[in-house]
Design a protein around this ligand. Sequence first.
Ligand SMILES: [Zn+2]
Length: 144
Amino acid sequence: MVSKTPDHTTATEIPEEISGLRMTRQRQEIYRILIEHRDHPTANEVFMRAKDRLPNLSLATVYNCLEALVQHGIIRQVNFERESSRYCPNLREHGHFHDAATGVIHDVDFKPGFNLADILDLPPGFVVDDIEITLRGKLSNIAP
Ligand SMILES: [Zn+2]
């Protein structure tokens, strides 16, 4: 259940190939957009951000690039209820905190050693391949 794909999110230079996927200029720019601002944008938001860098870009191309990146395990597609899919470059297992006041979606890491079996009564034979945890709430103003 832990992804074996290396996490490239700290790389400043995007390699020409990741996980067997040739990183075309368009794929590189779209990946860079996801890394630079990790707010889980929709395809449309990625398109809006990419237009300046790639003037000939179409929304269909953005969808194709995102799909290729997802299929090669380079980014994750996340779905919140019936909203448009969003995209996340964080490959570590993590949950999402949906700030109801601002709509911002934050990554939330699991604590080290966290084991689902400690909180879920999984019947025998249930093998977990993937976890999606979405928390909803708001950020309170706690003084630092
Ligand atoms: Zn995320």
